[in-house]
Design a protein around this ligand. Sequence first.
Ligand code: ADP
Length: 341
Amino acid sequence: MLSKIPVFKNFTIAKVFAAIFVIACTLLVFCLDMITRANVAFYIFYIPSIALMAWYFGKNAGWSMVALSFGLWFVAQWNADLREDAVIMFWDGLINLTNFSVVCWIILALRSREEQLRERSQELEQFAFNAAHELRSPATNIFGYAQLFHEKCQMDSDQETKGFVEKILKNVKRMTVLIKELLDYALAGKEEVAPSSTDLGKVLKDVLDGFNLAITEKKAELTFDPLPTLLVNPVLASVLFQNLIGNALKYCEKPPRIHVSAVRKGGDWVFSVKDNGIGIPAKDWRRIFVIFEKLPTTKEYLGSGIGLATCKKIVERYHGRIWVESKVGEGSTFRFSLSAD
Ligand code: ADP
């Protein structure tokens, strides 16, 4: 792949093709200028090329495009006999060069602002990751001691004390779930989490093993088709299935029937996790993928509203998308696509 060649390390193939396309468009405008010997300015058509180059490739490419466009425009104008009036040629040239430069400067400023925002959001994510990481161990300890205390209370405490301890246990459990979900969310955005050839069928089986207790308790029936091996990070793939299967088990009032499948569609694999749970109203199909968004439900479910936002982040990391189709009272099918290559 082109991106593996050092020169193209930070370029995707799409970017290289975009650059070729932009330069080709600029040359086309130049040819039109030359053929028509147009005195009317074609210069306006150079502007999108300058803007695209500056946005996608940065300072050097943007200013090189300004120089190229101005040079081509100048030759075309020379060809159109404008050279006979040097004063007009000078002022026209100055105005065009100013226009090209201003466009390039504005786009570069927008680009740098966008980079700053991205850096800030990465810093925040790193902060959330560190904070959650530090909180994890004390929270797990408190949970362990609260469990021991709860067991002790069963034997020699009054009803009120038992009630208090149960509340402590419930809240600490909520806290540990929240910390784990925050860690997963931050992990999904970390650049150093590298992809490798991952057998998603195996990942799913491991995830299901982790849900053994919940599956037995809820009398759930889980089936799955063969899943492909793809270039993704195995931990992130596991988090993705954990969230979707966990939700399918959680948001269900009858014995859950869950089916996981995958079909190849062009250059993508489209995965489905189908359940027979409480369902989701059509107006909320997009909202549920926003972080901390939880839907009001008749029963109280333990959750933080982070799980599906994490799934979206993981899928988008691999240039895929995630969506849901659902009928209230009948069930939901969560689908996500991942690139086959
Ligand atoms: P939570 O931790 O609250 O489960 P998620 O981000 O995983 O957070 O889910 C967001 C919301 O989407 C949930 O509060 C729930 O209302 C809804 N939801 C997610 N999965 C399902 C499902 N399989 N069936 C019904 N509702 C679901």
